[in-house]
Design a protein around this ligand. Structure first.
Ligand SMILES: [Zn+2]
Length: 476
């Protein structure tokens, strides 16, 4: 090779030198250098810089595969933030979207659009059952689908999977998915099974009915014959707090029976959604519905209003504070908010952050080998998980609380979701795989986002490479 040619090759390659390799397999960390070339991982070992090669000093830093967010909403708002900074600064290089039954467009078109827009993360997507239902049933969705409608949804789903969808997602707590019975989902899940796809679900009830809801996921996996995953697993009301071990025994039992059941989890004790998610009841005009719902999450101080277009001055306050300021009892406030936004002729939007999980349950879920990590976050959402999830796991739960080892935490962010979603070209630091690589400081990595500043960027992530391009570095 001529000198000129060597220099040319070297200029396109990057050497990350002197770091600690956590390769994503779960195996012990080791010291090594890593070379990126042509968008792929080229070599791992004791490497010397080539002439003219770009060298990144990684002494004291961890070098790991880019993180795969198993449940993401970062496809929304990408056109306003092409770098998806809140995700990239966490080290997320692949976001798995189309969750909770959402399907903003046919999957092939949606993925192509995301690929065209994104300067940062790559995307993978599920075909969302709610979107399929909307397309086939329109506004007439408050009922079971007919056989003909299921046939039409199956056809759309089939097409989505041919265009790259990973399988079927549902959001059975939300409209319009809520009105589907198990039969309808099994019929659709069989279409996903036929193509080797999987089923992933935001279950019907993450509160009092959680155990029943998790059983439904397992039943769908069994009857449709496909792998199934519980999205952002949680126990979100007082009557089911402390039952994580029971849930994990249920999952483990199903695995022992030969089923392939997994879950993902985000590292916060509060959820964010529409205020209607406080109750699975559809009796939204009854004050009793909301009184019971508030009791089950520990009262109105647990509910923070993060968006309400009809009364912006209430945003940022808890229902307890709004009740005190207005003189309306909190259950009545919810009834009014729901009526104005979701009732007949409703308009505008609302959103709440509800503190409703215990850390003991969260930690039990995080530790289980069949539970991977997700953010459930958005690019500019009002829940801090959108900007803080992965650094929060590495900071609070690995470094500070020692809940799991760094190697195991990284496995749950990389090779585990890569295997689960059949993303065969990433998830490990192995020569030949795509160069999705993160370099972070294990001593400082931490989340900064809070409910009052939910998009504050995390700290400690030094470098992020996607397909060999640095999309995040010391210059930000
Ligand atoms: Zn969800």
């Amino acid at each position: 090779m001529t000198t000129a040619l060597i220099a040319l090759v070297a200029a396109s390659s990057i050497l990350i030198q002197g770091g600690t390799i956590v390769d994503g397999s779960g195996g012990p960390a080791f010291a090594a250098d890593l070379r990126i070339e042509g968008g792929r991982i080229a070599a791992l070992g004791d490497l010397k810089p080539l002439p003219g090669e770009r060298v990144i000093a990684a002494q004291g830093l961890v070098v790991a595969p880019g993180f795969i967010d198993a449940h993401s909403h970062a496809d929304g708002g990408l056109e306003r933030d092409l770098w998806a900074k809140s995700q990239i600064s966490q080290g997320i290089t692949t976001a798995v979207v189309g969750q909770d039954g959402s399907r903003p467009a046919p999957v092939g078109k949606h993925l192509a659009n995301l690929k065209r827009l994104s300067r940062g993360p790559k995307f993978a997507a599920f075909s969302g059952h709610g979107g399929l239902r909307r397309e086939v049933m329109g506004d007439d969705f408050k009922r079971r689908a007919t056989a003909e409608e299921v046939r039409k949804m199956s056809k759309l789903l089939d097409q989505d999977i041919r265009e790259g969808a990973l399988g079927l997602s549902t959001g059975l707590e939300y409209d319009p998915g809520h009105y589907a019975d198990t039969e309808e989902i099994v019929a659709l899940a069989r279409v996903a099974a036929k193509h080797g796809g999987m089923y992933i679900s935001h279950v019907r009830d993450e509160g009092n009915g959680a155990m029943e809801s998790f059983r439904e996921v397992i039943e769908i996996g069994r009857r449709a014959g496909l792998p199934a995953q519980i999205s952002h697993i949680k126990l979100g009301t007082a009557p089911v707090w402390g039952q994580a071990e029971r849930v994990l025994t249920l999952i483990q039992g199903s695995r022992n029976d030969g089923l392939d059941i997994t879950a993902d989890v985000y590292p916060y004790l509060y959820w964010q959604s529409t205020i209607t998610a406080l109750s699975v009841s559809r009796e939204w005009d009854s004050v009793d519905t909301w009184r019971r719902a508030l009791d089950e999450v520990g009262g109105p101080a647990q509910v923070l209003l993060t968006r309400y277009t009809h009364e912006p001055s209430w945003v940022g306050k808890t229902l307890a504070q709004i009740a005190e300021a207005t003189g309306y009892p909190a259950p009545e406030l919810i009834r009014q908010i729901v009526a104005k936004v979701h009732g007949p002729g409703g308009s505008g939007s609302e959103s709440v952050v509800v503190t409703a999980m215990t850390e003991a349950d969260l930690i039990a879920f995080m530790k289980h080998p069949q539970v991977m990590f997700c953010s459930d976050g958005s690019i500019a959402g009002s829940h801090p998980r959108g900007a803080g999830s992965f650094p929060r796991i590495l900071g609070r739960y690995v470094r500070e609380l020692g809940v799991l080892t760094l190697e195991e935490a990284v496995r749950k962010m990389t090779s585990f979701p890569a295997q689960r979603f059949k993303l065969k070209d990433r998830g490990l630091l192995k020569p030949g795989l795509r160069a999705d690589v993160v370099v972070f400081d294990p001593k400082t990595i931490a989340d900064r986002a809070t409910t009052s500043d939910p998009t504050a960027l995390s700290v400690g992530m030094e470098w992020v490479f996607v397909d060999g391009f640095d999309v995040w570095g010391p210059k930000g």
